[in-house]
Design a protein around this ligand. Structure first.
Ligand SMILES: *[C@@H]1O[C@H](CO)[C@@H](O)[C@H](O)[C@H]1NC(C)=O
Ligand SMILES: *[C@@H]1O[C@H](CO)[C@@H](O)[C@H](O)[C@H]1NC(C)=O
Ligand SMILES: *[C@@H]1O[C@H](CO)[C@@H](O)[C@H](O)[C@H]1NC(C)=O
Length: 360
């Protein structure tokens, strides 16, 4: 897609959003970036600032934080010449990463992920593809990265109002950590979503995205920490993790942060595996809704499809589990199993939801 087409597309799509932010401040700007690191080659990338902005090539490696002119967004290319960190100094500017391609890249365990967005409110990540991306198992004497090799979205103290992140129409195939272990602690074979130090609540929408053969220590495809997460019309196939084979959802107690919700809607989980808990999804805390989704052939020590590990069982509502199909999720009647009843259109070919015995 040419820069002009990209700009025109977003100019129309985001007109409403722009108007909304422009009424607050005349300084808000949309930055659209496209990055490519294909077949093991180093990164080439460019960003357009504003609808009539010039194309700014990203130059590196190791050039340190550089300002994208006419914006408040900085970028750094890591010395590996593949990883880009974007840091947003203002809550108003909107970063869009669109139509980027990454393939056949091996990062070592200490490199940052290929893409990290820090403090970037309302960023959109669309139509990007990641294929055959891994972290090597060899661990040189350095500090291991907290994330999988692909994408990390991390909050910053500059974000005082509520903010969002959207992943639309992205494809991750064969991405993640080369081997998994709880002790390595890396988050998300495709996406790590971390509210971190931001004052505002973080929400994330993952829509129309495909995750195939992704793996990492926590969250084979997605790890989320203190985030309200919506998974919509997305497909997870053969994902692997120690906890949360496809998705590892972690919510802080509502006393510390706004109540965080996990909504799974019209999504498909096929052959997900967790070594420990939650073959497809592990839910820790928060509020849960799963509707019109399909779970098939999950595997885990405990909770072959969904493992609900709630500190307080009261926050779980059975009527929020609606219209799903569960196949090959557990042997009927084998403990620990709860909520294994036909209700609200759930097709319980086998039990799909499991939780601690006190939640029965
Ligand atoms: C963008 O940056 C250029 C170069 O610094 C400057 O001449 C121009 O006025 C800026 N445009 C806006 C809208 O700020
Ligand atoms: C992704 O690309 C397809 C094909 O060009 C297009 O139809 C779709 O609208 C794009 N999605 C987004 C979110 O831009
Ligand atoms: C989540 O929020 C809790 C409570 O504020 C905090 O202790 C924890 O460090 C946060 N986790 C992350 C990964 O930001």
């Amino acid at each position: 897609m040419s820069p002009t087409t990209t700009t025109m597309k977003w100019a129309s799509l985001l007109a409403a959003l722009l108007v909304a932010s422009l009424t607050q401040t005349s300084m808000a700007v949309i930055v659209v970036c496209k990055m490519d690191a294909i077949d093991g080659k180093i990164l080439t990338g460019a960003c357009i600032v504003g609808t009539n902005g010039a194309v700014t090539p990203l130059v590196g490696p190791g050039a340190g934080p550089q300002l994208l002119i006419n914006s408040t967004i900085f970028y750094t290319l890591d010395v590996n010449a593949r990883s880009t960190l974007f840091e947003c100094a203002s809550e108003d500017d909107m970063l869009i990463i669109d139509s980027s391609q990454y393939s056949s890249q091996t990062l070592n365990n200490c490199d940052p992920p290929l893409l990290e967005l820090r403090g970037c409110s309302n960023a959109i990540f669309s139509n990007n593809t990641f294929t055959s991306i891994t972290r090597s198992t060899a661990q040189p004497a350095c500090t291991i990265s907290k994330y999988g090799p692909c994408v990390a979205i991390v909050g910053a103290t500059s974000q005082v109002t509520d903010w969002s992140f959207s992943s639309l129409d992205n494809t991750f195939t064969s991405t993640g950590c080369a081997s998994i272990a709880e002790t390595s602690g890396r988050l998300g074979g495709a996406l790590a979503l971390v509210r971190s130090a931001s004052g505002g609540a973080m929400s994330a929408l993952i829509k129309g995205s495909t995750f195939t053969s992704t793996m990492c220590d926590f969250g084979g495809a997605i790890h989320s920490a203190n985030v309200s997460l919506t998974l919509q019309s997305s497909t997870f196939t053969s994902t692997l993790s120690t906890n949360g084979g496809a998705v590892d959802f972690n919510a802080a107690p509502p006393t510390a942060v706004h109540t965080q919700k996990l909504l799974v809607d019209r999504s498909t989980f096929t052959s997900p595996t967790a070594v420990n808990t939650g073959g497809a999804i592990q839910v820790k805390g928060g509020v849960l809704t799963i509707k019109d989704s399909t779970f098939t052939n999950g595997a885990a020590l405990i909770g072959q499809c969904v493992w609900v590990n709630l500190a307080n069982c009261g926050s779980y509502t059975e009527s929020e589990i609606v219209g799903n199909t569960w196949t090959g999720c557990a042997k009927r009647g084998s403990p620990p199993i709860s909520w294994c009843r036909e209700h609200d259109g759930n097709d319980w070919a086998t039990c799909g939801m499991e939780g601690p015995v006190e939640c029965y």
